[in-house]
Design a protein around this ligand. Structure first.
Ligand code: XMP
Length: 508
C-alpha cells in the first residue's frame, strides 16, 4: 500500500495535511519530527511531508531532522517551517523577514514551470510566516513567488525535493487540491489505493491474523465507532465475536433498549446486555474531578468485561472502537494528554486482554463511510458521537441519579427538537450538559431555586477543532421554553458558544 509519512514539526495543520492526503485516496501516517531515519525507512513511505511549526531554524533547540533523509531518494514536500528547514539543512539561508514583509493570510502567487504546479500559473495562497528563504540551496530553483516573497516555493526537481512557504493544505489556498495531487501523483507517482474496499479487505485480514482462532469481545455503545468496529470484526471472525453492551447508568433516555433492538435485528453475533448501573454509580459516588471520573469509568468498563469473559468462551481479545483523533488526543507522551479518552488513555495498566483496534488509523468521516460500505443503517452511522463515559462527563461535579434523570429529560427534548426541525443531520454533535449550579428564578410569581442547564451543538470535521452551531434565536427560545416547562427541576437554559480550541466539545 502507498503511504505518505507526515513528520510533525508541531504545526497546527498537521492533522489537516493527513486528511488532505487521504482525501486523495492515499494512506497517510503522522510521526513526530524526531523519528529516527531507521524507523522512517521501516515505514517504507512513498513520499514524506514536513509540516509547518512554530520554531525558527536558526534558533537553538529548534526541531530538526537528520540530513540523511534527503539522500533516501524519497520525494519530500516541506511546508512553511518544513520548507525553511529543508533549505537550511541543504546549505541555503533562512532569515527573519522584515516585519513589513512578514505575510499572514492571502497572497497572490505566480507559479513557474514545476511538477508541483503542473497545470497552474497563478492563484491565491495562504501565507503565515515570519521567516523566509533568503538564499537557495544548491540545485534548487524558485518555482513560486508572491509580491512580498521571492521564494514562495522552491524545488530541486531532480531530487524531488519541494518546499512551499505557503500552506498548500488549507482551503484558503485556491488550488490546494491540485497542488497536493501534483505532489502525490506527478512527483511521487503514488497510486490512489486507500479506498474503503481496500481498507475493509486489509483490515479483515489483519483482524484474522491477530485473533487467529481465538474469541473476542467487543464493548458496544451503539455509537458509530463501536458499531463499525463490530461489523468489521464480525466480517473477520463471525460468531467468535461476542458483543457486550454495558449499561453503566450513564446512557441517554431509551438508549439501552434501542441499541439492543438494533443489534439483535441486524447482527448475528452474540449480544449480551449487562446491567452495571449500580456498580458504576457506587464507584463514582462523591467523585467530582473530571480525569478521576474518566479513569474510574474506563477501569470499571474493563472490570465488567473481565467478568463477562466467562460468558464469552474465555475470550482473550477485546475489540475497541478507538479512532485516530482519540489516539492523537490521548497523547503519545503523558504530558500531552488533553483528556484520557476512556478507550485509550483511561485503560488500567493491568488489562487482562489483548486489545484489537481496527479503526485506530481512521478519521471519523472515514469510519462513517466504511460503516456504510459494510451495510450499517444510515441512522446508526450518522448518529452524533457519544463519548464512552457518557453522561458521566456531562453531569458536572458529583454524579447522582437525580441529576442524571434531569439531564436525560432535557437532552431528549433538545435532540428531539433537532430531529423535528431537520437540524440533526446539519450538526456534527449536540447534547445537553448539567453544570453543578442552581440559580434563582421566578415562576408563577414564586421564587424558584433550581438547576441551570446548558445546550451545546457544534460543527466539526474530525473533533480536533469545532465551532458552535449558529442556531436561530427563535429555536433557542423555543428550546428554553420547552425545557423549563417540561422539566420542573430546571429554571434556566444557556447556550454554549465556545469553539474548540479554546474549549473542548465535552465540558469535562
Ligand atoms: P472533546 O471533548 O475532547 O471531544 O473535544 C472530542 C470528541 O470525542 C468525544 N469524546 C470521547 N469519546 N471516549 C470516547 O469514545 C471518551 O472518553 C471521550 N471523550 C470525549 C466527544 O464527545 C467529542 O465527540
Amino acid at each position: 500500500m502507498n503511504k505518505v509519512l507526515i513528520l510533525d514539526f508541531k504545526g497546527q495543520y498537521c492533522q489537516l495535511i493527513a486528511r488532505r492526503v487521504r482525501d486523495l485516496n492515499v494512506y497517510s501516517k503522522i510521526l513526530p519530527a524526531d523519528t529516527g531515519l531507521e524507523d522512517i525507512r521501516k515505514e517504507e513511505p512513498g513520499a514524506i511531508i514536513f509540516t509547518g511549526g512554530p520554531d525558527s531554524v536558526y534558533e537553538e533547540g529548534a526541531l530538526t531532522i537528520d540530513k540523511g533523509i534527503f539522500k533516501m531518494g524519497i520525494p519530500i514536500l516541506g511546508i512553511c517551517y518544513g520548507a525553511q528547514l529543508m533549505a537550511h539543512l541543504l546549505g541555503g539561508k533562512v532569515a527573519k523577514a522584515d516585519p513589513s514583509q512578514s505575510e499572514y493570510g492571502r497572497a497572490e502567487a505566480s507559479f513557474c514551470d514545476s511538477a508541483l504546479f503542473k497545470g497552474l500559473d497563478k492563484g491565491i495562497v495562504w501565507m503565515s510566516h515570519t521567516d523566509y528563504i533568503e538564499a537557495l540551496p544548491e540545485g534548487f530553483k524558485v518555482c513560486a513567488t508572491t509580491a512580498n516573497c521571492a521564494t514562495a516555493a522552491i524545488a530541486n526537481e531532480e531530487k524531488k525535493l519541494y518546499g512551499t512557504q505557503f500552506h498548500p493544505e488549507v482551503q484558503h489556498t485556491e488550488h490546494f487540491k491540485e497542488i497536493m495531487k501534483n505532489f502525490l501523483f506527478e512527483v511521487a507517482k503514488l497510486t490512489p489505493d486507500w479506498t474503503n474496499e481496500n481498507f475493509i479487505e486489509r483490515s479483515t485480514e489483519e483482524i484474522r491474523a491477530q485473533i487467529g482462532d481465538g474469541h473476542a469481545i467487543l464493548g458496544l455503545s451503539g455509537g458509530v465507532d463501536s458499531s463499525v468496529a463490530a461489523a468489521l470484526v464480525e466480517r473477520a471472525i463471525g460468531d467468535r465475536l461476542t458483543c457486550i453492551f454495558v449499561d453503566h447508568g450513564l446512557l441517554r433516555a431509551g438508549e439501552a433498549e434501542e441499541v439492543e433492538q438494533v443489534f439483535k435485528e441486524k447482527f448475528s453475533v452474540k449480544f449480551i446486555k449487562i446491567d452495571a448501573r449500580k456498580r458504576f454509580l457506587d464507584k463514582l459516588q462523591g467523585i467530582t474531578e473530571p480525569e478521576q471520573k474518566r479513569k474510574i469509568i474506563g477501569e470499571e468498563f474493563i472490570r465488567v468485561f473481565e467478568d463477562a469473559k466467562k460468558e464469552a468462551k474465555g475470550a482473550k481479545f477485546l475489540v475497541q472502537g478507538t479512532i485516530y483523533p482519540d489516539v492523537v488526543e490521548s497523547g503519545a507522551k503523558k504530558e500531552d494528554v488533553i483528556k484520557s479518552h476512556h478507550n485509550v488513555g483511561g485503560l488500567p495498566e493491568d488489562v487482562d486482554f489483548t486489545i484489537v483496534e481496527p479503526l485506530r488509523n481512521l478519521f471519523k468521516d472515514e469510519v462513517r463511510s466504511v460503516g456504510e460500505k459494510l451495510g450499517l443503517p444510515h441512522h446508526m452511522v450518522h448518529r452524533h458521537p457519544f463519548p464512552g463515559p457518557g453522561l458521566g462527563i456531562r453531569v458536572i461535579g458529583e454524579i447522582t441519579e437525580e441529576k442524571l434523570d434531569i439531564l436525560r429529560r432535557v437532552d431528549k427534548i433538545f435532540i428531539g427538537m433537532l430531529h423535528e426541525k431537520n437540524l440533526y443531520d446539519k450538526i456534527w454533535q449536540a447534547f445537553a450538559v448539567l453544570p453543578d449550579i442552581k440559580t434563582v428564578g421566578v415562576q408563577g410569581d414564586k421564587r424558584t431555586y433550581s438547576y441551570m442547564v446548558a445546550l451545546r451543538a457544534v460543527n466539526s470535521i474530525d473533533a480536533m477543532t469545532a465551532e458552535s452551531y449558529p442556531f436561530d434565536f427563535d429555536f433557542l427560545t423555543e428550546a428554553q421554553n420547552r425545557i423549563i416547562n417540561e422539566v420542573p427541576e430546571v429554571n434556566r437554559v444557556v447556550y454554549d458558544i465556545t469553539s474548540k480550541p479554546p474549549g473542548t466539545i465535552e465540558w469535562e
